[in-house]
Write a new protein. Structure first.
Length: 528
């Protein structure tokens, strides 16, 4: 194989050390979840911590606070890191460690149970934990923490190195130092600072720490929670009551400075928590910072219609942080998609206007609006890439977005056909799934054609899931509506997907030594 060409006709382009995030990327799902917090194309994560005071399970666990529990999960996961060996860190090993005394209480398992809905081939549990903390802190009024992806999930538990309430200050200092929080002579200030940042939201529960809290349990407070400060649902510098003996490690200098300067508190907490989230095993290389793309396709699909034409459907997201972006009305925004044919040639007929999606979308970082695309493309000439020209107002000059210079790539060789694909509704635990695709028949010998089904399975001893890929051959089933394409299908057994993370599949063909693929198709739900 001389390379893989996805439906987007490019190899994934976001990796460690490479500047600039362009579409498509293996981390597109994480960028989507990072960018859209509610409304249309909701990433789904922020719903678990909105409002900041909400308890797990959509508010059905009184006395608990999901946002603070997510932050606790991230620190307890990272706390296995050893600066001496370079092992441990934020690697989702916490899933194997929830029965330890240092991880007492339901927070670990319930948080991981929520996070696993977002696990997939390209979104590890460790990345989901990191992203969830960033979104929770921002939603609680805290600082903006840069997000990097690329974490790899551990396959077993790490050492028992989480500081515990009954330990003395010397032990806590040593454990924090082992985790890397000992820059120069600053450990005494880093220790209270990191604890303050972690304890500005949430509280301590008598049910979990009876030696630290007494007489707090009531009928309306069944777990006996005592909040760390008077603004437990706001990430702010109101932190005098949570951990006095640790705060005194530097003579209370850090806490005094924080109490006087909320900006200092936010900036230093942002930096420390970023370090915490980016503490990973030495063999792991994180990506560059992922930020919302100004223009990005969403759920874009290219299919073959019954009349032999190609149909490009899906959405274009426009994101901005300016005042003009905030005041723009989607219905008044011109958004035009123009494409090149498979020979990279343009024509006057190769463009279409996208229509505004009526449902609003919300973002913690700016303003996101979506526009629906429905383009009919000549099946004989095809498509190879497209660009988007747009403006926030009809009277404004159009902005030309070309995905970093080469356009948004597409390929029209291997096309998944969702309209024909279906799932046998009779199955309960396992169901027969039939996937249909069309493949160009005029490009040379097809030496391989298959479906890679990317699913998740339970792991013994962990709440987290493990990603697996099952390969199923595609079988030639006949002609299609176009003389340029033949039809293929694959039938395979797929597990029920309830709470089993994100399930996707790839349709792949090797033609004349080149590999073409329609990647990251969502799990099929239509009944046969």
């Amino acid at each position: 194989m001389r390379g893989i060409k996805s439906i987007f006709f490019s190899t994934f382009s976001l990796c460690a050390g490479v500047s600039g995030y362009v579409w498509p990327s293996p981390y597109d799902f994480l960028e989507d979840a990072y960018t859209v917090s509610s409304g249309f194309a909701d990433g789904g994560i922020v719903a678990g911590v909105n409002p900041c005071s909400i308890s797990p399970f959509a508010g059905l666990s009184p006395g608990r606070q999901a946002a603070s529990e997510w932050l606790r999960v991230a620190y307890h996961d990272m706390a296995t890191y050893s600066i001496d060996t370079g092992l441990g860190g934020l690697d989702a090993s916490i899933g194997f460690e929830t029965d330890r005394a240092q991880n007492v209480g339901p927070a670990m398992n319930s948080s991981l149970q929520f996070f696993r809905s977002f696990q997939s081939e390209n979104s590890s549990m460790a990345d989901v934990i990191a992203l969830s903390v960033i979104l929770a802190i921002k939603n609680c009024g805290g600082p903006s923490i840069p997000f990097r992806a690329g974490r790899i999930d551990a396959e077993n538990g790490g050492p028992e190195t989480v500081p515990e309430p009954q330990q003395d200050i010397a032990t806590h200092t040593q454990l924090f130092a082992q985790q890397g929080f000992n820059v120069s002579e600053m450990i005494k200030s880093h220790l209270p600072a990191l604890v303050a940042c972690g304890h500005t939201i949430g509280g301590i529960h008598q049910a979990d720490f009876p030696g630290s809290v007494e007489n707090a349990t009531t009928s309306t407070n069944p777990s006996g929670v005592v909040h760390f400060d008077d603004t437990f649902d706001s990430f702010d510098n109101h932190i005098p009551n949570s951990d006095a003996r640790i705060f005194q490690a530097d003579g209370n200098q850090t806490m005094s400075a924080y109490a006087k300067d909320p900006t200092l508190f936010a900036s230093q907490c942002g930096a420390l928590l970023e370090r915490m989230l980016n503490t990973v095993p030495k063999a792991v290389q994180l990506t560059d910072v992922i930020e919302p793309l100004a223009v990005k396709p969403y759920q874009l699909a290219l299919t073959l219609a019954s009349n032999g034409s190609l149909v490009l459907s899906g959405y274009i997201r426009i994101f901005g942080t300016s005042a003009e972006a905030a005041s723009a009305t989607a219905a008044d925004m011109p958004v035009i998609l123009s494409w090149l044919d498979r020979n990279a040639q343009a024509s006057a007929a190769s463009s279409v206007s996208a229509s505004a999606v009526s449902e609003a979308s919300n973002s913690l970082w700016g303003n996101a609006r979506f526009f629906q695309v429905n383009a009919i493309i000549n099946g004989q000439t095809g498509i190879s890439s497209f660009v988007v020209d747009w403006a926030f107002k009809t009277q404004d000059s159009l902005t030309h977005s070309d995905n970093g210079g080469s356009g948004f790539p597409l390929q029209d060789v291997v096309l998944y056909q969702p309209a024909n694909s279906c799932v046998d509704a009779g199955g309960v635990l396992n169901r027969n799934t039939t996937t249909y695709a069309v493949i160009r028949n005029d490009m040379g010998p097809i030496t391989a054609a298959y479906v890679d089904y990317n699913s998740n399975v339970n792991q013994v001893g962990s709440t987290s899931l493990k990603q697996i890929t099952t390969r199923i051959p595609l079988v030639h089933t006949g002609n299609s509506s176009s003389p340029l394409y033949d039809t293929y299908s694959a039938t395979f057994t797929s597990p029920a997907t309830a709470n089993q993370g994100r399930v996707t599949f790839d349709v792949v063909a090797v033609i004349a030594g080149e590999t073409y693929a329609s990647l990251n198709n969502p799990a099929i739900s239509a009944a046969c």
